[in-house]
Design a protein around this ligand. Structure first.
Ligand code: PHE
Length: 337
């Protein structure tokens, strides 16, 4: 800018300046335009400052042209600034830029256990079972005693229990994290008369060493039907239909005798997994003593009960090789569902 000003340089400067100003789209670019041309070290300011190096004739002519340009640029600046204000393209710094391309929001999802439980409940609901929810902290009385598992019964040893208050002196016994959802059977029956047809999902806990098929926390879906004239055929029909709905009609199913103190007879059901049998549930006809415990007449009413492990069902259905994935909280696993 320290070169000697000429008429020509003023004409060029004017063209450039007006062109650039027209392209300034917001307040910030207008301001840097102002600094570039009319600031203390600006290009026009430089011309005006160097007028002194010209001889008097030139100084008058060029000085007049430069001052005229100064006035023109000033009013062009005001006009452009007003235009930008009117069009609203000058935005506060934190405004949302509606012109940015859309970005995908991250979607959460239901835990695989929740998904399979809902699917199982749907199947049972359609067969006439109503869903009820129970509590994870349970009384010894419902988790064991009412289910024909007295304090000295060896079946208690199979359920290594997490006690919250073992020594509690009460006719309900101690307080524990439930080891099975079966406590819902007496809880429901105590409250209502037959017919009963319920399913009850929820978490269970056992103080247990873990491996590929055992977790210390897992879910169960309990089922209970009590009415006049229910037989073992109803139990098998219900569970076959359940397996058909979840695994399809071609999957092989096996029943075997099994023992649970609160049913008689008792069975377990396994599903074929590439030539291997994997147990997914225990079941049986409700033991007469359990019916009597809740005030039902076992001569009049019979019923069947079952307890399904949804994580086992999901493992079979989706080919999950280790039950510990369910509660390992690894997103690489969880987001596959
Ligand atoms: N509660 C039993 C278990 O945890 C399963 C079961 C439920 C068996 C209902 C029979 C009837 O192993």
């Amino acid at each position: 800018m320290s070169s000697t000003p000429t008429e020509e340089s003023i004409v060029t400067l004017k063209a450039e300046a007006l062109d650039q100003l027209a392209n300034a789209a917001d307040e910030a670019s207008v301001e840097s335009w102002r600094v570039e041309y009319m600031g203390r070290r600006g290009r026009l300011t430089g011309i005006l400052r160097n007028l002194g190096s010209l001889d008097p004739d030139q100084r008058r002519a060029i000085g007049a042209a430069a001052n005229r340009l100064k006035g023109e640029l000033e009013s062009a600046l005001d006009e452009r600034a007003a235009e930008i204000k009117r069009s609203g393209s000058s935005q506060p710094k934190d405004a949302i830029d509606v012109t940015l391309p859309g970005r995908r929001t991250r979607r959460g999802g239901l835990h695989p256990s929740t998904q399979i439980i809902r699917e199982m409940l749907d199947a049972f609901n359609e067969m006439g079972f109503q869903t009820v929810e129970g509590n994870e902290v349970e009384l010894e009385r419902y988790n064991f005693d009412m289910l024909n598992i007295p304090a000295d019964h060896p079946a208690r040893d199979m359920q290594d229990t997490i006690w919250i208050d073992r020594e509690r002196a009460s006719e309900d016994g101690g307080v524990l994290l439930r080891t099975q959802t079966s406590g819902m059977q007496p809880r429901i029956m105590e409250k209502q008369d037959p017919p009963v047809r319920i399913v009850s999902p929820g978490k269970c806990f056992r103080f247990e060493a873990t491996d590929a098929t055992h977790e210390w926390q897992f879910h169960q879906v309990e089922g209970l039907a009590v009415d006049e004239g229910l037989s073992f055929a109803d139990l098998k029909g219900t569970l076959y239909e359940f397996a058909r709905r979840i695994f399809g009609a071609d999957r092989k199913v096996r029943f075997r005798c099994d023992f649970f103190p609160f049913v008689e007879p008792g069975v377990d059901m396994s599903i074929d997994w590439n030539g291997r049998w994997v147990e997914i549930l225990g079941a049986g006809m409700v033991h007469p003593r359990v019916l009597r415990n809740v005030g039902y007449d076992p001569e009049k009413y019979t019923g069947f009960a079952f307890g399904v492990g949804p994580e086992r069902v999901a493992m079979l259905k989706y080919g999950i090789e280790d039950i510990r994935h369910f509660f390992g909280n690894d997103l690489r696993f969880l987001t596959q569902f």
